[in-house]
Ligand binder design. Sequence first.
Ligand SMILES: NC(=O)c1ccc[n+]([C@@H]2O[C@H](COP(=O)([O-])OP(=O)(O)OC[C@H]3O[C@@H](n4cnc5c(N)ncnc54)[C@H](O)[C@@H]3O)[C@@H](O)[C@H]2O)c1
Ligand SMILES: [Zn+2]
Length: 417
Amino acid sequence: MRAATGAGTLSRTTGTLMRTTWTFSSAGQIIFGLDAVDQLADVLRRLKLDRVLVVTDAKLVSAGLVDRLTRAAQKAATLDIFAGGEPEPSLKAADAAIAHAREFRPGGVIGLGGGSNMDLAKMTAAVLANGGTPRDYLGEDKVPGPTLPLVCVPTTSGTGSEVSASSVFTDQENHLKVGAMSNYLRPAVAIVDPRLTVSCPRQVTADSGIDALTHAIEAFTAVDNAEFPLPPGEMSLYQGRHPLGDCLAEKAIKVIGENLPIAVEQPNNLAAREAMSLGAMLAGLAFSNVGVALVHALEYPIGGATHCSHGAGNGMLLPYVMRYNLPARERELARVAELLGADVRGLSQHDAALGAVQTVEELNRRIGIPARLSELGARREQIPQFAEKALGIARLIRVNPRKPTTVEMVELLESAY
Ligand SMILES: NC(=O)c1ccc[n+]([C@@H]2O[C@H](COP(=O)([O-])OP(=O)(O)OC[C@H]3O[C@@H](n4cnc5c(N)ncnc54)[C@H](O)[C@@H]3O)[C@@H](O)[C@H]2O)c1
Ligand SMILES: [Zn+2]
């Protein structure tokens, strides 16, 4: 039973405000395609940027990608390179990038790399424009205003950070991944050039690719927008499932399912790389509006403790969480099976949904994602604290179609150990 209010609908049973409208946000502009990076000088001129900091890392310098970007940009702007990025960056890396940037005083920031460097660039651009420290901006909607103009250029096909509202860090003191979420963190321009992903090592392709699939599946199986449980007085960038999110997530699941194994096994296959760049970006557009859920909530403490890559942690957890969510999302998971190319003819909806779980397990095996929590380096006695920390991440848990209890979370992790 619901009673209408001005801003939404109040559930009579729970007293929480239910959403009745949805919105969609993205990067200001997306430039997509092979050699799209050649348009960087035009982009910088349009943004009126003639002094720009590039946030990247040493591996991308060695891979020649920083040179590639510099050649494309230098006609328009003076560049300074901060190459202190690192995988799953610590808050200290953010402090270092910000200190470097304050010396150079750029008008804008370019993030070149995987999610790690793009997130570092986003936080740097936010702190330079608004003051404070990265810690001030962790959580939901804490960034007080626009960032310095920000251009993100992904070199993995995974996180969707080039269009998303998040910036994720490792909090080494508390052994947890932490994030800032704000629509101000969406880049002004995303330049998605699949050619820049060709040099990705096999495991980076696999890990970032399965992260993208996780984004799409978590968005497609999220709680419905109309049922999104938001306590009074709280806001959320995530809004639950809505029709535009579904379009993007379905296409992403199909494209990633078809192309991820090819991109892993044939790194120079440009068609597969292009499809993966598209799939990861579509998944980013979906999840950054609809939300990600239990897989990501569990990966935050597990990644914080084991230092596995975000993608490897998510990929390992994904089939276990799909199985847990199956009673609430049978129809959607049966559709996921179809999208992933499983033969579901003649199967009941329940068996087709189980087919989606099995197809993801097979995909994981094929691309080298660990099947068990123990393989990530977790200790069994850590399970209760993983469960407790994950349950504490309300912004992700509320997106999940089933509300897990502590006992269920421990059971899920025990079954995955
Ligand atoms: N902001 C978001 O919306 C969002 C979403 C999901 C994940 N994340 C975060 O993103 C990070 C993971 O990002 P990722 O999966 O893209 O990997 P990554 O950025 O951590 O990169 C992994 C490694 O691959 C190297 N690499 C990247 N591209 C390369 C290329 N083309 N050639 C050679 N080497 C290359 C990097 O130098 C790095 O050493 C995590 O911190 C995760 O929490 C952010
Ligand atoms: Zn992710």
